[in-house]
Design a protein around this ligand. Structure first.
Ligand SMILES: Nc1ncnc2c1ncn2[C@@H]1O[C@H](COP(=O)(O)OP(=O)(O)OP(=O)(O)O)[C@@H](O)[C@H]1O
Length: 364
């Protein structure tokens, strides 16, 4: 086997970042394109050193005329390499990039779960990372979107999604495929400039390289790497602050005693409103206040909270008593009651308010 610099680099990356341990079962997501072919070839070559068990998964989205032929192509490669092959085919053609991605991750997770793989491995590269950062920058996602593609993340239960090629550019994977004569399946939709991602890849990045920095791709990908560590740190701090500020239980237990309905063991008590202590939050910097509010909203809203949702909840930290938001999607509202921000549906907030008042009345 020919051992290249890329083999050495990926071997080092996997070891230093502890992406996988020896003897583990890895499910490699192979589209047939240059990045995932480069990935599977590298992992196959490293396999004797690490003792992994490799499998190949392919997802047929049925959105191109040649989808089925593409799937056969990957199946043949897997057979030639003597690697288990798993195919998932969409019930009906998937019609957008976002739906395709969502369906693909579900399909890959289902294969991994059914066949006992702990890891799903994808061929995302530094080039993908740079493109994702630019795309998210223009959508206004904040630092979290700019960390653009992490090395690993828990995808379901105990299955991890891992991306070992994040420091390799698309130019390098193309060169590698050429060197080893890997039969790339060209995806015709990659040329279609109606997709924003393709315009970033084919027009914006080359423009930046020509006019600003020939190494723009790697420089942007490194920015994502730096941001990733910072985002992780801020999220941890925000988590601690949220725990300090949050109070779920107290109200409910008091409420249970006061309300005879809850003495009946057959009726279950409603979930209490969520309370956040404003004094705790007021001491924290704005960056953490916003992150706490986003974490809270992620728990209660049906979809990801947007900038406006986070800002209106954050504003309550210093707002006058009795200030209140309009309803969030799903119906919850937030209201200031003294030192507390109470989040819940309207009736729960009123209940909480009554308890607060009765506590005050009972004070000696
Ligand atoms: N149809 C598919 N089946 C299995 N895995 C896929 C499929 N499409 C994408 N992937 C996985 O997701 C990674 C990123 O996909 P993306 O669509 O961003 O790139 P791509 O241009 O398809 O990559 P590649 O050069 O490997 O084709 C791929 O490298 C591959 O690991």
């Amino acid at each position: 086997m020919v051992w290249t610099n890329l083999h050495a680099k990926i071997h080092r990356t996997i070891r230093s970042r502890r992406l996988f341990e020896p003897e583990q079962r890895l499910l490699v997501a192979v589209s047939g394109g240059q990045d995932s072919l480069c990935l599977i070839k590298l992992l196959l070559d490293l396999q004797p050193k690490w003792g992994w068990e490799l499998g190949i998964a392919h997802c047929d989205h049925r959105w191109r005329d040649d989808s089925q032929a593409n799937a056969h192509h990957v199946k043949n490669l897997a057979e030639n390499w003597g690697v288990s092959f798993y195919l998932e085919t969409a019930n009906k053609p998937v019609n957008s990039e976002a739906t395709a991605r969502e369906w693909r991750y579900q399909a890959l997770s289902a294969i991994a779960q059914a066949h006992n793989y702990q890891y799903i491995v994808t061929g995302h590269t530094a080039s993908d990372r740079a493109e994702t950062l630019l795309h998210n920058l223009m959508r206004g996602t904040g630092a979290d979107g700019l960390q653009a593609l992490t090395w690993q993340r828990l995808i379901t239960g105990n299955i991890w999604l891992v991306r070992p090629l994040l420091e390799i550019t698309r130019q390098q994977t193309a060169q590698f495929c050429q060197e080893f004569q890997l039969p790339i399946w060209e995806d015709s939709t990659n040329q279609d400039l109606k997709y924003a991602r393709n315009r970033i890849r084919q027009e914006l990045i080359p423009y930046l390289q020509t006019n600003f920095n020939p190494q723009a791709e790697l420089a942007i990908a490194q920015t994502a790497e730096l941001l990733q560590a910072e985002v992780e740190y801020l999220e941890q701090l925000a988590q601690q602050l949220k725990e300090e500020a949050m109070d779920w239980g107290q109200i409910n237990s008091k409420f249970k005693i006061q309300n005879s309905k809850f003495k009946n063991p057959t009726s279950s008590p409603p979930s209490p409103p969520l309370r956040l202590n404003r004094r705790v939050l007021q001491k924290a910097p704005l960056a953490l206040q916003r992150r706490v509010m986003r974490q809270v909203l992620q728990e209660i809203l049906p979809d990801a909270p947007n900038f406006e949702h986070i800002e209106k909840l954050t504003a309550l930290i210093t707002a006058p008593n009795r200030s209140q938001t309009d309803p969030f999607p799903g119906g919850a509202i937030a209201q200031v009651q003294g030192d507390w921000i109470i989040l819940g549906t309207g009736d729960k907030i009123i209940q909480n308010s009554r308890i607060q008042n009765s506590k005050l009345e009972n004070c000696p």
